[in-house]
Design a protein around this ligand. Structure first.
Ligand SMILES: Cc1cc2nc3c(=O)[nH]c(=O)nc-3n(C[C@H](O)[C@H](O)[C@H](O)COP(=O)(O)OP(=O)(O)OC[C@H]3O[C@@H](n4cnc5c(N)ncnc54)[C@H](O)[C@@H]3O)c2cc1C
Length: 173
């Protein structure tokens, strides 16, 4: 759904929600929302953990019920969602958005020697933060000034690169 469509539907349902005819519940197993696109900037020291995370229930509108719990199963024949604590929520419309879970072990060879030392992902706050430490030390490749050609003016961090490149187009590959 585009942002325009989302706004349109929000306006459409707002009176019904306010009148109590429509109820919306959001269920999540944790209370920390991570703004994932922001993770791209954590390794470069531009964003910190505090900048990319929010207390999830505080992001939810007061007319929406936030349920902190793990969904155990959905029984479509009953139009009911069961949580791990045995409580249940009935629904008319169910939207499932369980996202993804990073499982590096499933890529053959990836988590062998050097994993999270000389190679790393940045798909979680923990991984992105660990990568920042490595990049800051230019430790990833174990290189120092003398390892480069004479013409090299100096080694800069990726954060400094971003500052120098301000206004230019940066392409991720
Ligand atoms: C580094 C990075 C950069 C990105 N950059 C962009 C970008 O620039 N633009 C863009 O559009 N997208 C970007 N994305 C992708 C975007 O962040 C995801 O597509 C989006 O967050 C997915 O939303 P979602 O609601 O489907 O899943 P999520 O945001 O992962 O939310 C799923 C939620 O379901 C909960 N959950 C799962 N199972 C259960 C259960 N059994 N019971 C209760 N709760 C459960 C989880 O706790 C989680 O909070 C990026 C992602 C990453 C990692």
């Amino acid at each position: 759904m585009t942002r325009a469509e989302t706004s349109k539907r929000s306006r459409l349902y707002a009176p019904s929600i306010r009148a109590g005819r429509t109820r919306i519940s959001i269920v999540d197993q944790d209370d920390e929302h991570v703004y994932q696109p922001g993770l791209l900037f954590v390794p470069f020291g531009i964003y910190s953990r505090e900048k990319v995370t929010r207390v999830r229930h505080r992001q939810v509108h007061r007319d929406v019920t936030y349920v902190y719990g793990r969904i155990h199963r959905v029984v479509t024949a009953e139009n009911r969602v069961y949580l791990s604590d045995q409580s249940a929520i009935d629904y008319d419309v169910l939207i499932v958005a369980t996202g993804t879970r990073v499982v590096p072990e499933e890529t053959e060879g990836l988590t062998g020697a050097g994993w999270r030392e000389s190679m790393s992902d940045f798909y979680t706050v923990e991984a992105a933060t660990a990568l920042r430490e490595k990049l800051a030390l230019v430790d990833m490749f174990g290189l120092a000034r003398d390892d480069f050609i004479e013409e090299l003016e100096g080694i800069i961090t990726v954060g400094e690169f971003y500052q120098l490149a301000a206004g230019g187009q940066i392409i991720f590959t």
